[in-house]
Design a protein around this ligand. Structure first.
Ligand code: SF4
Ligand code: SF4
Ligand code: SF4
Length: 305
């Protein structure tokens, strides 16, 4: 079988998804035996004009990580779409917008009172500098180009990356549109004890040491398990940290944050208006809590319009 042509690209990304590819350790040799890498900006010095010179659909698979938040990333996403037979949205940022989609001016971690934004043209004494245009909304990959497969996670776990590599090696690809993960919610895979207790206070993770056997939600910690697709191997749960939702919504759920809000509201013991106000005040940074990874693909799409 001729070697596959493989491209890996990062857009609005932290680099963690590229590191995750290297985390497959010696299996990277299997990838090297299976595929010639034709683009991988983090690791190899290819230029965009090398990609432009390729025939359309001459790349077999493109693993695209990161969200699309500026005009350069949009242009490269469209270029790679034209050149690739299969586009894989690799990681939470490409699948749902991820952390970059929380880049709004009023974010609690943002200090920008002058509302200073990157300009496309800047005059300096040496001449004019040009930067890509920053969009006012961060996009998931499928909001810009067509995508065949989704590999969620921040970053995707090694086991699922290997599953994709095996599928490519054997030609046994799942139906187009598949999410390479579980078809259940994370709660359905979680073995923590659930007593269906109601809670009277919401804690932040640094405020208590949780019981490692009991459901986080029933201990007052917001765990996005009810609103998150399973398949990650319960990475955070096993480390005694609540799930933050990096696998995105489970099948049948359109808006991960709304689903989680409804789960919290159903477990919080409120009997009057004061209780509702207390519950809302205890949820610090609701956008970052309920939409940490899936703001772009939510019904809200962004914090403000
Ligand atoms: S999904 Fe996570 S690891 Fe991957 S680029 Fe986004 S923030 Fe980084
Ligand atoms: S809410 Fe979290 S801890 Fe509780 S069952 Fe679901 S995944 Fe497990
Ligand atoms: S437990 Fe949640 S946040 Fe942690 S890896 Fe799994 S899906 Fe992602």
């Amino acid at each position: 079988m001729p070697k596959l042509k493989l491209a890996l690209y990062w857009a609005a990304s932290c680099g963690g998804c590229d590191v995750a590819v290297l985390d497959i350790n010696e299996k990277i040799l299997d990838v090297a035996a299976l595929a010639d890498i034709v683009l991988w900006p983090i690791a190899m010095d290819f230029k965009y004009h090398h990609v432009e010179a390729m025939d359309d659909k001459s790349i077999d698979v493109c693993l695209f990580n990161g969200a699309v938040r500026n005009s350069e990333q949009e242009e490269i996403a469209k270029l790679l779409r034209a050149k690739s037979k299969i586009m894989v949205a690799f990681g939470a940022c490409a699948c749902f917008g991820g952390i970059p989609a929380l880049a709004y001016v009023e974010a609690p971690t943002n200090d920008n009172p002058e509302r200073t934004f990157p300009q496309t043209q800047t005059k300096v004494k040496e001449g004019e500098l040009e930067l890509p245009e920053f969009f006012d909304t961060v996009h998931a990959l499928n909001q810009v180009v067509g995508v065949e497969y989704y590999l969620p996670g921040c970053p995707p776990p090694v086991e699922l990356i290997l599953k994709v590599v095996d599928a490519l090696a054997t030609g046994q690809l799942p139906p187009v549109g598949s999410v390479i993960a579980s078809d259940k919610a994370l709660c359905d895979e979680c073995l923590r004890t659930k007593e269906e207790k109601r809670i009277t206070k919401i804690y932040r993770p640094h405020q208590i040491i949780p019981d490692p056997q009991r459901c986080f939600l029933e201990q007052g910690l917001i765990c996005l398990g009810p609103a998150t697709r399973g398949g990650c191997g319960q990475r955070c749960i096993k480390a005694n940290m609540p799930c933050r939702g990096c696998f995105g919504p489970p099948p049948g759920v359109v808006d991960q944050g709304a689903k989680m809000l409804s789960a919290v509201a159903s477990i919080y013991d409120v009997s009057d208006e004061e209780g509702i106000i207390r519950m809302v005040e205890e949820i610090v940074d609701p956008a970052g809590t309920f939409y940490r990874f899936a703001m772009s693909t939510s019904l809200l799409e962004r914090k403000r319009t």
